[in-house]
Design a protein around this ligand. Sequence first.
Ligand SMILES: Nc1ncnc2c1ncn2[C@@H]1O[C@H](COP(=O)(O)OP(=O)(O)OP(=O)(O)O)[C@@H](O)[C@H]1O
Ligand SMILES: [Mg+2]
Length: 236
Amino acid sequence: MSLLLVEDLRAGYGSLEVLHGISLSVQSGEAVTVLGPNGAGKSTLLRTISGLVEARTGQLKFEQESLAGRQAHSIPLLGLAHVPEARHVFAQLSVQENLMVGGTPLPSRAARMDALDEVLDLFPMLRDKASAAAGSLSGGQQQMLAIGRALMSRPKLVMLDEPSLGLAPVIVDELYVALGKLKLAGLTILLVEQDVHTALEFADRAYVLENGAIALSGAASALRDDPHIRELYLGL
Ligand SMILES: Nc1ncnc2c1ncn2[C@@H]1O[C@H](COP(=O)(O)OP(=O)(O)OP(=O)(O)O)[C@@H](O)[C@H]1O
Ligand SMILES: [Mg+2]
C-alpha cells in the first residue's frame, strides 16, 4: 500500500506552471529520492505535497486520504513532516527549545521528553549543545537540528529537501549514517538531493524530474548504472 500517492499533479506560482502532471508513489518503509537539475521543480513538489503550494489538478493522498484542501499547518499532524531547503531553525532559541517546538503535536510532556531523548541519541552532538542558541551552530549542526525537530512529532514520512547542501563531506557522511538508522527503524523517507551519488547509494528507488515532469524512474541500483544518469549527473 502506498503511504504517499501523487497522481497527475500540476502546480506552480501565479501564471507559471512548474509541475506538469507528476505521478509518483512512496511505499511504507521505503526511501525514495527525487533527483533533477536546478529549477526542475523538486522543491515545488515537496511544497505542494505539504500544502505550501496549491495543487491545481491531480491527486495527493497520504495513507489513502486526500490532502486536497488541507491547510499547510494541519499536514504535519497527519504524520507527514517536511524539512525545507532553508533550514529555518529558531536562531534565538536553544537547541532543546527548538526540538520541543517540533514535539508540539505529541499528547503530553512525557511523550515529548521521550521523543527528545531519542533525537538526542540519534544526534549526540545536539545533546552536547542542548542549551546553546541554535543560531550559534554550524551549518551541519543546524541541518541535524532541523531534521531532529521534524522527527520530534514522530512522523510516518519525512521529506528532506537537499539535506547535504553546503555541508562538508565528512558532515554529509555523518548525516547519512543517522538517516540510515532512521530508515532501518522503519521511517519512510522522501529525499530530494543534489548529491546524486549519495542519494542513489541511500535510496531504494529514484525519480528523475526534468522541467517539471518525471523523465525517468526505477530502482536506485538500476539508475546508478543508467548511461543517461551517469553522463548527466555523475559526470562518468
Ligand atoms: N516562490 C516562487 N515564485 C515564483 N517562481 C518560483 C518560486 N519558487 C520557485 N519558482 C520557480 O519554479 C521553478 C522550479 O523551482 P524549484 O525551486 O521547485 O526547483 P528545484 O528543482 O527545487 O531547484 P534547485 O535544485 O535549484 O533547488 C523554477 O523555475 C523557479 O524559478
Ligand atoms: Mg530546490
